[in-house]
Design a protein around this ligand. Structure first.
Ligand code: B4P
Length: 191
């Protein structure tokens, strides 16, 4: 089993690159953002709780997202590997993921961290906000709150994977195809 994490601040292109990577490598895509938005669109109690946090640009509580990922892993017993997109976002989530994957004897092979300047992140997210209908994208204050959450709670997760020599920095600026090529070069060294 080949498991990778796509890591980076909001708007760094995790969702965009994930679509291309899963189709090339046949991995199962697990995006906590997509799973949460699905719960919101169905107006489940989990979705309603998550929406309160997401609308403010805050992270959703660890126990909620860890539970979702645990169920998604159980629902895909024959996957040849997973691409984790937007998860883990806190140290507690990183430790929980290690524990879950240990049970499957299938560790993380690499964490690919996309590096993008703050100005470019804000520009991308505001542009997406014009058409996406996502309430967390069309307000610059909320976008800035998401970037602050990233710096205070998420950036530290890269150190966790650096300790195990699994963190790989990728330049996340340029064309979507150029960035995809950089990601594939690193994956091909490890697969
Ligand atoms: P997510 O859904 O994970 O997404 P994201 O951070 O908004 O963006 P992503 O990096 O995927 O950007 P994308 O490719 O779409 O998170 C949303 C919210 O959910 C979080 O704020 C949080 O509240 C909650 N959440 C999710 N996971 C959680 C967790 N584990 N724990 C707690 N809370 C959690 O790209 C953005 C835009 O840029 C797109 O419009 C795209 O077209 C454009 N773009 C991409 N690449 C480009 C390029 N190279 N050049 C120009 N534009 C580009």
């Amino acid at each position: 089993m080949f498991n990778i994490i796509l890591f980076g601040p909001p708007g760094s292109g995790k969702g965009t690159q994930s679509e291309k990577l899963i189709s090339k490598y046949g991995l199962k895509h697990l995006s906590t953002g997509d799973l949460l938005r699905h719960e919101i669109s169905r107006q489940t109690s989990l979705g309603k709780e998550a929406q309160n946090f997401m609308d403010k640009g805050h992270l959703v509580p660890d126990e909620v997202v860890i539970g979702m990922i645990s169920s998604a892993l159980d629902e895909n017993p024959s996957a040849k590997g997973f691409l984790f997109d937007g998860f883990p976002r806190t140290s507690a989530q990183a430790e929980a993921l290690d524990n879950l994957l240990q049970l499957k004897n299938a560790p993380i092979s690499a964490m690919l961290a996309m590096d993008v300047t703050e100005d470019e992140l804000i520009k991308r997210l505001l542009k997406r906000g014009e058409t996406s209908g996502r309430s967390d994208d069309n307000n610059e204050e909320v976008i800035r709150a998401r970037i602050i959450e990233y710096h205070t709670k998420t950036a530290i997760v890269a150190d966790y994977y650096k300790k195990f020599n699994k963190a790989v920095m990728i330049n996340g600026e340029g064309t979507i195809d150029d960035i995809f090529e950089r990601l594939c070069t690193e994956i091909d060294k490890r697969i």
